[in-house]
Structures are given as C-alpha cells and as structure tokens.
Ligand binder design. Structure first.
Ligand SMILES: CC(=O)SCCNC(=O)CCNC(=O)[C@H](O)C(C)(C)COP(=O)(O)OP(=O)(O)OC[C@H]1O[C@@H](n2cnc3c(N)ncnc32)[C@H](O)[C@@H]1OP(=O)(O)O
Ligand SMILES: CC(C)C(=O)C(=O)O
Ligand SMILES: [Mg+2]
Length: 540
C-alpha cells in the first residue's frame, strides 16, 4: 500500500468535522433494509455471469457484510441458477435468501423448491405495469396485469411466508394504476412492495413524489415495507434511492459496486455510506458492517475479473488518495478538510498522500521525515526541485525514489541487473517454463530456467533464482495502457523487503516481459538501497 498514515486520532478528528448540525441522537432511528441483488440483477448484465461456487463465496461475503436480504438468482432461469439458489439457501443462516419469479406458477414453484433449505426465505414475484410493457411486451390489459399479479402473489404465499412484489417499470406507470396494483397485491399477501425504476428514467424529485403518493394512496400500505430498486441509465440510481428513503421507503435494492443491467443498479456501498455520512438528513440506520465494504467489493471485482475505475466512489483506489499539494497540506493539518468519510470505516487501511507532480513541500517534508530524513529548508528546496523533475517524468514517485533523492543518488538509474534474453513457453492445461539471461554491472552473468503455473509465475521464479532475491509479493497487477493489438501492458509489482514495501513497474507490448521488467526493477531497487550497507560492511 502506497502513501502514509496521517497523524492524530482519526476518530476525534472526523467527529469534529462531521458534527451533524441538527442531530438529535436520542431520537429513535428507523431501519432501512439492504436488499442485495448482485447475484441476480448484477449477474444479469453481460460479462458478469458467475459460477455456482463464485456465487456461494460472494453470498457468504454479503452475509458477513450484514445485508438483510440476498437475492440469490432466478431459479427458473437454468439448472445451475436453481442449484446456486439452493446452495446459498442451505449455506446461510443470517440473511433472508430470495429468488425471483415471474407471475407464472412454474417460476414461483421453482423458486420455492430452490429455497427449501433456507432459514429465512422470500419469493419475489414481479410483473410489468407500465403502458409500454403492458401493450408491447406482455400484450395484457390493466385488468389482466392485476389478475396475474394477484394470482402470482397468492401462489407464492401458499409456498412461502415472505413474499415481495415488484411492479416492473413502476416509474413509467400511471400513479393511480400503480397504487391499484400495489393495493391488490397487499390484499393477496405481499409484505414488501418494490417500486423499480427499471430503466433509470426518473429523477430524485419525481421519485420522492411517487413514494409519497403511494404512501397516501395504497390501501394497507401500513402493513407492508416500501422498497425501491433503481437503475443507473442517467447516473441517478443512488440519488433516486436516497430520495425514496427520504420519502419513506424502508428497503433499498442495490448491488455491490453497482453492477447490473445496462448502466447498472444503485451501488450498495454508495447508498450505505450516504445514509451513514449524512445521517443527520436521513435519520435511518442500516445493518451494514461498513468496514467490510472495501474487502467485499475487492472480492467481487477479483472473482469477476473486473476493473473498477480509480475514482469509483467509496471503494475506488483513489477514494482516499490525495496527490495535490494544497489538498495534502490541508490533510496534514486536519483530515476533515478533504475527506468526508474515514477510510477505516469502509475498510481501507488509511488515507494516502501520493507524491506526484501536483504535490507540494509540506507533503514532501512529511514523507521524508517518516523515511528518516529531516532536511533543512535549503536542502528541502533543492530536493523539492529534483522531486518535481522526477515526478514530471514518472507520474508517481515512490518511497524508494525519495530515498534515492535524499541519499543523493539518481532514482532513475538503471541496473545493476539488466535482461539480456527472455524466453517463455506455455500451453493450455500444462505448466509454463521460462529461461532468463541477466547481466550485472559488476560483470556477473546469470542464466536460469524455471517452471511455473503460468508464464508470469515462471519468469518471476527465474528472476528470483538468477538474482538470489526471494520476492515476497504483496501486490501484482497488469493493466492495459492502450487498446488494439499493439496495446502496451503495464505490470506493477510490490514486494515486502525487510519490513518495507518496494515497488517496480514494467511496460511492454508483451505482458510477460512487462512483468519481468517490473520484477527486475524491484530487485534493482533492493540492491541499490542496500548498497551503502554493503559498502560499510566491506570497509569494516
Ligand atoms: C427487469 C428485470 O430484471 S426482469 C428479470 C429479467 N431476468 C431474466 O430474464 C433472466 C432469466 N430469464 C430466463 O432465463 C428466461 O427469460 C426464462 C427462462 C425466464 C423464460 O424464457 P422463455 O420462456 O424462453 O421466454 P422469454 O424470456 O423469451 O420471454 C419472456 C416471456 O415471459 C413473459 N413475461 C415476462 N415477464 C413476465 C412476468 N413478470 N410475469 C409473467 N410473464 C412474464 C413474456 O410475456 C414472455 O412470454 P411469452 O413466452 O408467452 O411470449
Ligand atoms: C425484477 C425487477 C425488480 C427489476 O430488476 C427491475 O425492474 O429492474
Ligand atoms: Mg432491475
């Protein structure tokens, strides 16, 4: 992990910053249920299909996160989706496990069968209510939609005590008709009424108005929980969900990192942290263990092989990282100047002050001090000039670079090791092998060969053997810097060495070569860092 821990007690600081202006902490808060549909609506989007084993692992993590309801799948969709719902229902004790079904008895009965092992089960039946869907998709009149909805809910209630009903495309449905459908399904036994903005069409003001309208006009609404399910086609899924909560909705349907149909669903972590951070406005609680948000999001993205944008709210790599000098100066004085949440509260270890070309002297001095260097003003000025020149070239300046600067060495120096030859071969279903020939600036040559689980693994092992440095890898990432057949791949590698982090970067059109260059940069940094110690040892 790059960056550094800011001084002072974070808890005390942030409490001061986020002092709610008109908060009456004595007043009882209502609970908003978090209904997670990562495994159903999230999975429905192209590219996010999951295996049964992956779904079980994510369901377990969602349970640990503290979600109230997990929509595990659509049992009628396929044998594997059925089996996934069934397995998750058997695995979990805490949260309610839910399965989606059309208003068709076959779907509802499949959902009930799959949910049999569940401690707490919910069948979620839906039918579209908007004119567009009624006329063009279902070919049903208003009366037929109501009949199907009521029959579906009744059948579900015969099989399960907890039934949710969704009026698909509710926000483009005539409000009076929507209220009529919802009144009918409450009478038929639904205890949760979901109001989906299926195509992400609504706005926060409109959503608040619709929820308020339903609270006034749906008969029996006091016996049911009103829920929202917002899509993000216009980027307003979270804002619309919050507006619904503000107007009285007490269940929010959402997905981790916002994956879902088209532009996705409301992102769970954003909804939860908005409710928590602005609790003086919403005055509700969720049962989410917010410290698990980042690890759970990481698990999902790793399992799906997805890449989150660095600026993703709450769980993105930059969510608590600061590079600009003015911000870093503010952060060093008081974290609240540029952070509205505590990184620890969402599962990050700490805030990061990343040193780059936008950084200033305050952050440079602070970082040098934590590395054991305390330059006077004139030395700092000189180091600062050299730091800016380096930052212009490198974009991000690591601790190793700063130490080299402080010790008067050239942080850009290559070597001592260089690659002379690199050869790898691999085939599907078998081991990979690598052969590497290296030269050292002291004249040594080293040639080694190794096998590994893949070509990158084989290359890293070969470099370890050739240079004699065991690399304890903390983090390894490969990302594409451009697109097309000749795209450049960038490998970044971070290694634990004698209690500190050493990082290396390699860029090539061949990702195996990029990984080799990154590993060699780490080895070279380790050797350059230990050079004075070695010299001193040789002299004594
Ligand atoms: C907004 C949402 O996210 S809704 C959930 C969407 N999720 C999915 O569709 C994923 C799972 N779906 C599937 O695996 C398949 O679509 C199945 C197995 C459910 C159905 O497959 P098929 O029988 O081949 O039907 P297909 O998907 O092509 O068409 C949908 C049918 O369901 C009907 N239908 C759609 N919604 C509903 C509903 N809520 N209640 C009753 N019938 C419905 C449609 O009118 C159409 O009927 P038709 O076959 O008589 O014309
Ligand atoms: C099935 C319903 C809840 C849905 O996903 C939607 O309308 O977006
Ligand atoms: Mg949806």
């Amino acid at each position: 992990m790059r960056g550094f821990l800011l001084p002072g007690s974070p808890k005390r600081t942030m409490q001061t910053v986020n002092q709610p202006t008109q908060n009456n902490d004595e007043a009882p808060r209502e609970r908003v249920r978090i209904f997670d549909t990562t495994l159903r609506d999230g999975e429905q989007a192209p590219g996010y299909s999951m295996t049964r084993a992956q779904k079980r692992r994510i369901a377990q993590a969602l349970a640990e996160l503290g979600v109230d309801i997990i929509e595990a799948g659509f049992a009628q969709a396929s044998d594997d989706d059925f089996a996934a719902v069934q397995a998750i229902a058997g695995d979990l004790r805490g949260p309610t496990v839910c399965a989606l079904a059309r208003c068709q008895f076959g779907d509802i009965e499949a959902a009930a069968r799959a949910l049999e092992p569940a401690h707490h089960a919910r069948i979620h039946v839906f039918i579209a209510t908007s004119p567009l869907h009624r006329e063009h998709k279902l070919g049903m009149s208003k009366a037929q939609v109501i009949d199907n909805a009521v029959a579906g809910v009744r059948r579900a209630r015969e099989l399960c005590g907890d039934v949710e009903f969704s009026a698909e495309d509710a926000l483009r449905t005539e409000p009076e008709f929507l209220a009529e459908v919802l009144s009918a399904v409450i009478a038929a036994g639904a205890s949760t009424l979901n109001v989906p903005d299926t195509v992400g069409y609504t706005t926060p003001a409109e959503m608040a108005e619709r929820i308020a309208y339903l609270r006034r006009h749906v008969q029996g609404i006091e016996r049911a929980v009103l829920s929202v399910h917002c899509h993000n086609d216009l980027g307003m899924a979270v804002a619309n969900s919050l507006a619904a909560v503000g107007a009285g909705a007490r269940q929010v349907e959402c997905t981790l990192t916002g994956i879902g149909e088209r532009a996705g669903n409301a992102a769970l972590e954003e909804v939860v942290m908005a409710l928590k951070t602005r609790s003086e406005l919403y005055r509700v609680d969720t049962g989410i263990a917010t410290q698990r948000l980042y690890p759970t999001a990481r698990l999902l993205t790793n399992l799906l092989g997805m890449h989150l944008p660095r600026n993703k709210a709450v769980v993105g790599e930059n969510a608590f990282a600061h590079e600009a000098g003015i911000h870093q100066h503010g952060m060093l004085k008081h974290r609240g100047t540029y952070e509205i949440m505590r990184p620890e509260d969402v599962g990050f270890a700490r805030s990061q002050l990343v040193l780059g070309k936008h950084s200033g002297r305050h952050a440079l001095r602070e970082r040098l001090a934590t590395l054991g260097h305390e330059p006077d003003e004139a030395q700092l000025d000189e180091l600062f000039t050299r730091f800016k020149t380096l930052a212009d070239k490198k974009r991000e300046v690591f601790d190793n670079d700063l130490e080299a600067l402080a010790l008067g060495r050239d942080p850009d120096a290559l070597g001592p090791w260089r690659i002379v030859q690199l050869h790898t071969s691999s085939h599907v279903g078998g081991m990979a092998s690598a052969t590497v020939k290296l030269t050292h600036e002291d004249g040594r040559q080293a040639s080694e060969a190794s096998i590994g689980d893949g070509p990158v693994h084989a290359v890293l092992r070969t470099i370890e053997r050739a240079t004699g440095h065991a690399l304890e890898i903390g983090d390894f990432q490969i990302r594409s810097l451009s697109v097309g057949g000749d795209a450049q791949g960038q490998a970044t590698l971070s290694v634990e060495h004698e209690g500190r982090e050493v990082r290396g970067k390699g860029v090539s059109t061949d990702i195996v070569e990029a990984a080799a260059l990154a590993a060699l940069e780490v080895v070279n940094r380790i050797e350059r860092l230990s050079a004075p110690t070695r010299r001193a040892a040789n002299q004594s």
